[in-house]
Design a protein around this ligand. Structure first.
Ligand code: C5P
Length: 235
């Protein structure tokens, strides 16, 4: 399947199958690209992926793998067989781990889901990176270095802040994908996100996929909120 180069992904951060299905039932006209994260996957297992896929949604399975290359390769083969469209790992697992992940993801017919890397989590501050991880370089340099290593390993892109999307494209090329959370409507609640941008601003900054959770899932009218995101982001 060919994926659109730019799209809105809805972070379905629900605790169980019923809540997700009730939420997706609201969408009678469109089939949003769905992000399934750890909470839902660990609660419901691979069946939740099959069930959402069977309803015709594209899926980004956000499990952020990080282990020895052999383990990640085998785990990725399992995720690939679930027919997800995108999955991810931590670039900190090294180029060898990322290369093995790609091998595991590649199906016998040569197709595979897109694979993107987490560089530094946005919850990690520069100070914590220095004190806890003993990484002395500035955050931007570290993020760009991890993005370059991901590209060198053959990955398709990174998860990053919309504010980093332009620089990632400069360093890694315009076709290297930037998948960006931290999106809020101009008048909306930030929640626990700190550095936020609107869908329109994310588009201007060069994001390829925006990941939007609560502004859609907690909206009084989630379908209207989704449509507004699409309109602002895709124009
Ligand atoms: O509700 P909200 O729009 O903040 O959801 C953002 C989604 O993106 C959540 O699923 C969150 O876990 C994820 N995410 C993030 N920041 C990252 C990586 C993932 O907010 N750096």
């Amino acid at each position: 399947m060919t994926l659109p180069k730019k799209d809105v992904m809805v972070a379905c951060d629900f605790s169980g199958r019923r809540e997700v299905m009730d939420f997706l039932d609201l969408f009678t006209e469109e089939k949003p690209f769905v992000k399934i994260g750890m909470e839902l996957y660990y609660a419901e297992g691979p069946d939740i992926v099959r069930a959402v896929k069977a309803r015709g949604h594209r899926i980004f399975l956000d499990l952020k793998l990080h282990d020895i290359p052999n383990t990640v390769r085998k785990a990725m083969a399992v995720l690939s067989a679930l027919d997800v469209d995108m999955c991810n790992l931590h670039a900190a697992g090294t180029v060898a781990m990322m290369q093995d992940a790609l091998k595991g993801l590649t199906r016998p017919d040569g197709t595979r889901p897109l694979l993107i890397a987490v560089t530094q989590l946005t919850s990690t501050s520069e100070e914590r990176m220095r004190s806890d991880l003993l990484i002395e370089r500035p955050m931007e340099e570290v993020v760009m270095h991890y993005a370059s290593r991901a590209r060198e390993a053959g990955l398709d892109g990174v998860v990053c802040s919309p504010l980093e999307a332009g620089r990632v494209h400069e360093v890694c090329g315009s076709s290297f994908l930037t998948v960006t959370p931290g999106v809020r409507f101009a008048e909306g609640e930030k929640g626990d996100q700190v550095r936020v941008t609107t869908p329109a601003k994310a588009r201007e900054l060069g994001s390829d996929f925006i990941v939007v959770g609560r502004p859609i899932t907690q909206a009084a009218d989630p379908v209207a909120a989704y449509r507004r995101c699409v309109k602002e982001f895709l124009g």
